[in-house]
Unconditional design. Structure first.
Length: 240
């Protein structure tokens, strides 16, 4: 899976995550993969490791699960002209990564008589500390979406910050995240915002297998996006 922002979880596997899944506040988009290519360059400047990349491509989703939150029936989503780049610096326990991405998006739903085109831009920065016994993961992003066919635009600043401690095979981890929307025209688009606090307990069975239990408390801060809820999840991850 391709994640647009941060190296909080690397391009590895779910066993490397401190949580069951990446924060939906930052990664809950209708497209999370892309078909295309990337070029990556890495070097070192003294004690600092430097890596940079550029990427591009497109993605098409025939029946978007994400859009079922808003629309009945099947929604086709196309992300075209995806272009982006990132820069990562790491020195000792600190890793910082910045990224920028843009794309043209078309959303079509025949049942809702919807054929919407939008230009999307997104950028963010992640800063992570890892001192072996304990670690901190943090990230802020901002997405702007210009819905030219509908006559409005909105911005969505988000953040996540969490801390964990490694106690042998056990890793408790706590996280706070928030998603906020700002609309250019409240009569055309009502913004939605929510925040989430979570606690995860991970147990490493061996180098390839982990068991995780996580509880999430979601708070609908604008009271228009599903209400408040608490979710408990249990997962088993294994790399073959």
């Amino acid at each position: 899976m391709f994640h647009w922002f941060g190296k909080l979880q690397n391009e590895c596997c779910t066993t490397s995550y401190p949580w069951i899944s990446p924060p939906p506040e930052l990664y809950g988009w209708d497209a999370t993969n892309y078909n295309g290519g990337s070029l990556r360059f890495s070097t070192s400047l003294g004690d600092t490791n430097v890596a940079a990349s550029v990427f591009g491509g497109r993605e098409s989703i025939d029946k978007s699960p994400y859009n079922k939150l808003y629309l009945a029936g099947n929604t086709q989503v196309t992300w075209d002209n995806i272009v982006g780049s990132d820069l990562e610096l790491s020195n000792g326990p600190l890793t910082v990564r910045a990224v920028y991405m843009r794309s043209n998006i078309r959303t079509v739903n025949a049942d809702a008589a919807l054929d919407d085109s939008a230009g999307l831009k997104a950028y963010g920065i992640a800063a992570n500390l890892d001192f072996d016994d304990w670690f901190v993961l943090s990230e802020i992003t901002k997405l702007t979406r210009d819905n030219s066919t509908q006559g409005y635009s909105y911005a969505a600043p988000t953040f996540t910050v969490g801390a964990g401690v490694r106690l042998g095979k056990w890793t408790p981890f706590v996280n706070v995240a928030q998603y906020t929307e700002e609309s250019s025209d409240l009569s055309l688009y009502t913004p939605q915002s929510y925040k989430r606090t979570s606690a995860t307990l991970r147990y490493d069975l061996d180098s390839r297998s982990t068991v995780k239990a996580q509880i999430d408390k979601h708070t609908d801060t604008t009271n228009n996006f599903g209400g408040n809820t608490t979710v408990f999840r249990l997962s088993f991850d294994r790399v073959f």
